[in-house]
Design a protein around this ligand. Structure first.
Ligand code: NAD
Ligand code: UDP
Length: 343
């Protein structure tokens, strides 16, 4: 490395004033599929601020240019409009594969497309990684555990998924995505990482996302009724997006190739969550119970021992802090939306 430093001294482009010389040498070309989405765009910020070259590939189904617009024009950043169901030919060192709708209303909107994205799309991205000998991280999900019989869920649990239910396009899609990843790893001797991501929230979530965090916050901000699906005794554990991004980066740079849960183990019933949001936002929304959704997992909480042991990672942002930032984001989004509709 020292020899390389000496031979390159003086040839580092002056356009990287914030990036020190060693970081310049460590710089990678990184592909993020789905990088214009909620999680992907935060990962873009993280990797760009470290001085890497970042290429985002996105079909803008649920992602938006606005999520990454602050990087457009930066010489290290490229945004490619492309659907990963079609093969992709680019040159990179590392791949974070996030492209897939993630919220139930989005992935159920076109179930066949969701399956194609997670199967054909994942094959295309794994094929790309194989050709380039690039390390690849797959964004999997806690949904691979389905409606779990084991609680909290460790990575060794095989799950309880209805293969023909309304969530199957996503759950089974992601399960196949994992299967493909390990088949490629074994057969093609590839370096793979699999992150099983639990419910994540934060700024840049889609307004019409339909997930519980965005629904409840928007309902409370507009003094609408807060809609709890079913009895509300079902549970979820919510992770702030910056914790997830740190976990994904730690997983990518680790030597660990088995699946790793990334989530916050603090668990709440949906009824409790409705009260938390109501108290935080204020206003006079009423909490109402509407019909339950089919195959809704009843309990979900990650066992994060593996992430602690192999990545020295655990979430840092507590629910109150994360929700404050998210409520602020949605408040501004509502203002922006009203303003743009007035003019
Ligand atoms: P998101 O919908 O905001 O982002 C997904 C991105 O993928 C969007 O930009 C979308 O336009 C893009 N995309 C979808 N299909 C595509 C295709 N065929 N070709 C190219 N781009 C495509 O969702 P998110 O919350 O940011 O989720 C990112 C990843 O993390 C997903 O793979 C999701 O399954 C996984 N995940 C997220 C959560 C969560 O709580 N947010 C939980 C578990 C897993
Ligand atoms: N939920 C709810 N009201 C809503 C949206 C969701 O009660 O307006 C419930 C949903 O039934 C589930 C939990 O909140 O039990 C989390 O749902 P979400 O769609 O956010 O994510 P999931 O974990 O189910 O993918």
């Amino acid at each position: 490395l020292e020899e390389k430093i000496i031979s390159l001294e003086g040839r580092v482009p002056k356009t990287y004033p914030d990036v020190n010389f060693l970081n310049y040498l460590k710089r990678k070309r990184i592909l993020i599929t789905g990088g214009a989405g909620f999680v992907g765009s935060h990962l873009v910020d993280r990797l760009m601020s470290e001085g890497h070259e970042v290429i985002v590939v996105d079909n803008f189904f649920t992602g938006r240019k606005r999520n990454v617009e602050h990087w457009i024009g930066h010489e290290n950043f490229e945004l490619i409009h492309h659907d990963i169901v079609n093969p992709l030919f680019i040159e990179v060192d590392e791949i974070y594969h996030l492209a897939s709708p993630a919220s139930p209303p989005h992935y159920m909107h076109n179930p066949v497309k969701t399956i194609k994205t997670n199967t054909l799309g994942t094959i295309n991205i794994l094929g790309l990684a194989r050709r380039l000998k690039a390390k690849i991280l797959i964004a999997s999900t806690s949904e691979v555990y389905g409606d779990p019989n084991i609680h909290p869920q460790p990575e060794t649990y095989w799950g309880n998924v209805n293969p023909i239910g309304p969530r199957a396009c996503y759950d089974e899609g992601k399960r196949v995505s994992e299967t493909l990843t390990y088949a490629y790893a074994k057969q093609e001797n590839m370096e793979v990482r699999v992150a099983r991501i639990f419910n994540t929230y934060g700024p840049r979530m889609h307004m019409n996302d339909g997930r519980v965090v965005s629904n409840f916050i928007l309902q409370a901000l507009q003094n609408d009724v807060i809609t709890v699906y079913g009895s509300g005794v079902q549970t979820r554990s919510f992770q702030y997006v910056s914790d997830l991004v740190e976990g994904m980066v730690a997983l990518m740079s680790s030597n660990y190739s088995q699946p790793v849960n990334l989530g916050n183990p603090v668990e709440h019933t949906i009824n409790e969550f409705a009260s938390i949001i109501k108290n935080l936002v204020g206003g006079h929304s009423k909490v109402v119970h509407v019909s339950e959704v089919e195959d809704d997992p009843q309990r979900r909480r990650p066992d994060i021992s593996r992430a602690k042991q192999y990545l020295s990672w655990e979430p840092k942002v507590d629910l109150n802090t994360g929700l404050h930032k998210t409520v602020e984001y949605f408040r501004n989004e509502l203002k922006r939306f009203k303003y743009s509709h007035r003019n």
